[in-house]
Each structure stands twice: as C-alpha cells, then as structure tokens.
Write a protein that binds this ligand. Structure first.
Ligand code: Q9C
Ligand code: ZN
Length: 386
C-alpha cells in the first residue's frame, strides 16, 4: 500500500520519514490539502475561504502558541533547520531528523536541552516521522493560524479581527490544517505534529471570549475575569492524540475523548485506563480513551462513537473541537480499521445530531490516501450538515 501511495506523491518531495526500517518520502504532504481543496471546489457545495495570515495574525498566532507550548521548543522548531544548514549538517533540500532521543534519567529527571545543536533535534521530538525542512515553519504557523481563525469565527461577540454580526456567525467551522497537531506535546514534536492546533483553538477561545458572567463572588476581581468555559475534544483520527490528552489531562474544563487503534502509534498512550487524575481531583473522569482492535468494522466503531457522544453530552461543554482524521479509512497505509467512504457520512451525521447545540471547530488531522481524502471529507460534511 505504501509503495502505491508513494508513487502518487512523487520523487521531488523534500520531507522524509522513517517508517519501519525505511526512510521514505513523507506521507504527510501538501498534496493532501491540494486534493481536498480541489474536491471541495468541484463539489461547489461549501463556502471555502482561503485565509492568508497577515503579519499581525502571525504575531497573534505565535503568542497564542507560546501559551500552549514552551518558548524554547517553539524557537527550536522555528530555527533548527537554519542552524543545521549553517553548520553543513543538512542540505538545502533535506530535512532535520533526530538521532538520539531524550531518555529517562534517574539522576536527572529534567535534563536541559543539550548544547549540541545536532543533539537538540532529539530533545524536542519523540519520533523520526516529524522532520523539519526549509519551509516547515511557514506551514506549521499557517496551520496553527487556521486553528486560531476557526476559533475566532465561533466567538459570540466581535473580536479584534472580526466585525461579523452574531447572526452571521457559523455554528461550525472546518479548518484544513496541515501539518496536523494532536500528537505534539508542549515540548516535543512527533507523529507529523509540531503545534497542537486543537489546543491552540482552545487557547484562542479562552483568550478572546468575553469575561465569564460574574456569578461567583462578584466582589472579588480575581473571579470576575476567570473564564469557566468548558470544552469537549472528540478525536476521530486513527491514532491516539497523546499530545492533546497530555495538555489537558489535569484540566477539569476540558474533556478529551478519543477513538483509536489499540496498541498503535504512539504506542505508549491511549489505554482505556487513562481517565484523568484520580478522584477526588476535579479533572477525574475528564479523559476517555476508546481503543479499537485492528480490523474494526464501522459497526464496532459506531458503538464506541455512541459512548463518546454520550459522555460529551453529559459534560455540558460550551464548545466542541473535533480532531478529524481520515486514516481510519480501510485503504489507509497507517490505519487498520475497516471504514468505507460512505461510512463517513453516517459518522458526520451521528456526531452533529448528538451535539447539534454546540459551536464546533473541526480541525483536520491525519489521512493519507490522497486521492480519496476529498471524497471522504465531503461525505463527512454531508452527514454533518444533515
Ligand atoms: N508503524 C497522524 O496521523 N509513524 N500522525 C507511524 C507506524 C507516525 C500519524 C509508524 C504516524 C503519525 C496525525
Ligand atoms: Zn493519525
């Protein structure tokens, strides 16, 4: 399957990844989004907007990203290619990949970033699928910016960047993000992810929402500005969103729910026993992993989805964020589920029907069968729109 797909992607691509024992052209590529956009245009059924981030937008996105990831991690991602390039460690058309990862160290629980710029690549990453090339930062920021803009479109009152009337505000927004986001943590890239776009949407909604109603202790200014917004994240990518889980694991106002391949990448997270901190912590029970074995049919998937939607309904969130991956597709080179194109329509309808009152940002994650991505996405949207 991989070889067939690689033939479509072509030979000229800079980015490479390690898959098994082979260094192959990266599965996650600009061609994915080009194919989706073409399909959306051909269908002429959707309001497609191209969002080019202005300098000011970029500044906003970077500062929101700094509230989501560590500053030293972000500057590594931004600068490492040039640093390697200047030392002749990488050619212009190649990409930075780590060689030695940060290890658990009994003598030093929190090792500092290594001085060696070559070694730092492994300090700020957890796999060899997440290279950094000449243009990576540009794409990473553009993708993150879509997470920010999607969130802003859902906001109830005018924000610095929009003057839309409440009535014109969309109830749901789909952001065609790439690179994806749900695997990276606050300090490590991995699984093709560099900035956690979903986390950035949540940061944005929190940052730009009008102050919460002064229901509690109105005389205390500390409480007056405290945002008590609640968010539900539904992660439908084939892989467990370890990064999103980690960022919100101890946050009682963010429910993370994921349906994913059992014992698949990223291997060390995604167990059903990861339910948040133990009671009586307020965040206890705000994480739900629903792993499914290889070969799972859409019927089996639907069973898990019902469970996921029930928990989200009970949580009474203010916003829904969907990590939407199409690597659950039966032909996907990385996925192992038996989900067909037409199933995505049912999936979209089930999610929207159960959660129709929630403003929703849907952000693209994985999905690597390029010539079926548009069809699968359009099916999902048809179901979503009822
Ligand atoms: N043997 C997303 O779908 N390599 N990331 C997996 C499996 C990395 C997937 C290797 C897969 C990352 C967003
Ligand atoms: Zn995935």
């Amino acid at each position: 399957k991989i070889e067939q797909l690689q033939a479509q992607i072509g030979q000229l691509q800079a980015q490479v990844e390690l898959l098994g024992s082979k260094l192959i052209p990266a599965l996650e590529s600009p061609a994915r989004i080009k194919a989706i956009i073409q399909s959306i245009k051909d269908s002429s059924k959707h309001d497609l907007r191209t969002i080019t981030a202005s300098d000011e937008d970029q500044t906003t996105t970077v500062s929101l990203a700094k509230a989501t990831h560590s500053t030293d991690y972000l500057s590594h991602v931004q600068n490492v290619f040039k640093q390697w390039r200047d030392k002749g460690l990488v050619e212009q058309h190649e990409s930075v990949l780590p060689e030695c990862f940060r290890l658990q160290n009994i003598a030093n629980a929190k090792p500092k970033p290594p001085k060696d710029i070559f070694a730092r690549a492994g300090y700020y990453a957890f796999d060899m699928s997440t290279g950094i090339s000449q243009n990576s930062w540009k794409s990473i920021i553009a993708s993150a910016n879509l997470g920010v803009q999607a969130a802003q479109l859902l906001l109830p009152s005018p924000t610095p960047d929009t003057t839309t009337d409440d009535d014109e505000r969309p109830k749901s927004v789909l952001a065609l993000c790439r690179p994806p986001g749900h695997h990276c943590t606050g300090t490590q890239a991995g699984g093709y992810c560099y900035i956690n776009n979903i986390a950035l949407s949540i940061t944005t909604l929190r940052h730009f929402s009008p102050p919460a109603k002064k229901t509690r202790r109105p005389s205390n200014p500390h409480f007056a500005s405290t945002s008590t917004l609640k968010f539900a994240v539904l992660d439908l990518d084939f892989h467990h969103g370890n990064g999103t889980q980690e960022m919100f694991y101890t946050d009682p106002n963010v429910l993370y729910v994921s349906i994913h391949g059992e014992d698949e990448f990223p291997y060390y997270t995604g167990g059903a026993d990861e339910t948040g901190p133990p009671a009586p912590d307020a965040a206890s029970g705000t994480n739900l992993n629903l792993p499914l074995a290889a070969g799972a049919t859409f019927e089996a998937y639907t069973g898990k989805l019902k469970e996921a939607l029930q928990l989200i309904q009970n949580f009474k969130a203010d916003y829904l964020l969907v990590s939407l991956g199409f690597d659950t597709f039966h032909l996907d080179p990385l996925g192992k589920f038996d989900i067909k194109s037409e199933d995505y329509e049912v999936m979209g309808r089930q999610v929207r029907t159960a959660l129709k009152d929630l403003p929703a940002a849907i952000l693209l994650e994985g999905g690597y069968v390029i010539d079926r991505l548009g069809e699968n996405l359009l099916n999902f949207l048809r179901g979503w729109e009822g």
